[in-house]
Design a protein around this ligand. Structure first.
Ligand code: HAM
Length: 423
């Protein structure tokens, strides 16, 4: 029986991995530019963290978690997202003691038991940032600016930033009540998920895909009517600074996001490119004042976002952004006979120790086949060990593009190759 990959997972093969490496390198560079430091947290955490942090009424916690008991009877969960773990680590390691702003980023696999479709997997990859220790709306702008810079640096053009505010705790409470009052008379007509959500988290009713066309939705109360003056101030400052930095956005009052911890600013970055598929959100995030306390820490404000790396790769493909394939060799050693094996291996080691990307054949192939292999591996040069040349301590260096061949003394090979590779 063939054993196949688990449903909702996929392999990233060597001929695709350079896309990922390009993306990861760019992410690290941009995070460094913005002074964010990397944090790495475990792949699994205690289940309680996500129940408390992400929220019991969310789809993630109620339906999508990979939860299991370990042999010691502890309930553990493969992380479905990165914010709760980062906040847990921040509290546990007391990263807040010096009262500084803490700016963190992370990359890695996340797990959600979701219905598979293009752009939606059960193991997927996120890059996220979290800023802990400031209530300033300008931090929200920095996080959005970083996200937009990544999109631009990747060369993606068909992208839209949607933004909304959920207000502060006070505004959110007033809005919550207004939504309950509005939808309760029609509660029985809504889908079973929304009937439950209405009392637990009525904001989530607004982004229900099933009930979206129910007549009650068009007349639903709007958050903007319930914003307290401080909630409005916060949002206005965010918008003003986005204008100042010339970052384009659209206000989308139906944007509520799928996790419970948000307040004030929420945003999403969507792909508009044709044929991208149904899952258009490349990334999203928002402010989560209150989460640090929920996880047992002090009253520290938070703001962050996460991109789905899988979806960024799909967007690069959909927009046909060309990325240089890094799969090449500086040199490939070709031997005329088995008797040169020891010399070939010694030379190969010398080249590699001098930082030259090199390889050779290990299957005693004929000379012609070795040259073919060099071609396939995109070797810039071949180093041919010919019988007579080797006797004179020389090799034949061939430029695979120009096909020009030159004899080089073995002791000069590293220097000669380095010079020519720079040309
Ligand atoms: P999220 O919106 O649940 O937010 O996920 C962020 C991004 O991860 C999505 O926009 C999407 O690109 C990607 N993603 C989510 N689920 C899947 C999936 N099943 N398959 C492929 N990609 C997926 C969060 O996770 C928050 N922790 C973001 C955040 C950070 N908010 C504040 N700080």
């Amino acid at each position: 029986m063939n054993i196949q990959k688990a449903k909702g997972t996929y392999d990233i093969l060597p001929n695709q991995v350079y896309y990922w490496q390009h993306l990861e390198n760019l992410i690290r560079k941009i995070c460094e530019t913005y002074n964010y430091k990397e944090i790495r947290t475990p792949i699994f955490e205690s289940t309680e963290l996500f129940v408390r942090g992400v929220g019991e009424s969310t789809d993630i916690v109620s339906k999508e978690m990979y939860t299991f008991d370990d042999k010691g009877g502890r309930s553990l969960t493969l992380r479905p997202e990165g914010t709760a773990p980062v906040v847990r680590s921040y509290v546990e390691n007391k990263l807040y003691v010096d009262g500084q702003l803490t700016k963190l980023y992370y990359m890695g696999p996340m797990f959600r038991y979701e219905r598979m479709q293009k752009g939606r997997y059960r193991q997927f990859y996120q890059f996220g940032v979290e800023v802990l220790g400031s209530e300033s709306p300008i931090v929200d702008v920095e996080v959005i600016a970083l996200s937009v810079q990544l999109i631009q640096a990747l060369g993606l053009k068909e992208v839209k930033v949607a933004i909304n505010t959920l207000g502060d705790q006070e505004s959110r409470k007033a809005y919550r009540e207004a939504l309950i009052n509005h939808f309760t008379p029609v509660q029985q007509e809504l889908c079973s998920d929304c009937q439950k959500r209405l009392n637990q988290n009525p904001l989530r009713v607004l982004d229900c895909k099933v009930d979206r066309n129910h007549p009650s939705f068009a007349k639903a109360p709007k958050m903007s009517d319930y914003l307290s003056p401080s909630g409005k101030d916060h949002f206005d400052t965010v918008l003003n600074y986005l204008d100042l930095l010339k970052i384009d956005y659209v206000i989308d009052e139906s944007l509520v996001r799928g996790l419970d911890y948000y307040n004030h600013t929420v945003f999403e970055i969507m792909s508009n490119v044709e044929g991208f598929g149904a899952q258009t959100a490349l990334g999203g995030g928002g402010r989560y004042n209150g989460l640090v306390e929920e996880v047992g820490g002090p009253a520290v404000a938070g703001m962050g976002m996460a991109f789905g790396l899988d979806r960024l790769i799909l967007a690069l493909e959909a927009e046909k952004v060309a990325i240089a394939n890094q799969n090449y060799l500086d040199a490939f050693i070709v031997t005329m006979s088995e008797s040169q094996e020891a010399l070939a291996m010694k030379l190969l080691q010398t080249l590699r120790q001098n930082g030259i990307k090199a390889d050779k054949d290990f299957n005693n192939r004929k000379v012609k086949a070795q040259f073919k292999q060099a071609d396939k591996l995109n070797a810039k040069f071949t180093v041919l060990l010919g019988e007579t040349e080797v006797q004179q301590n020389r090799v034949v260096l061939k430029n695979m593009k120009t096909e020009v061949q030159t004899e080089v003394a073995i002791v000069q090979l590293v220097n000669e190759l380095k010079l020519r590779l720079e040309e």
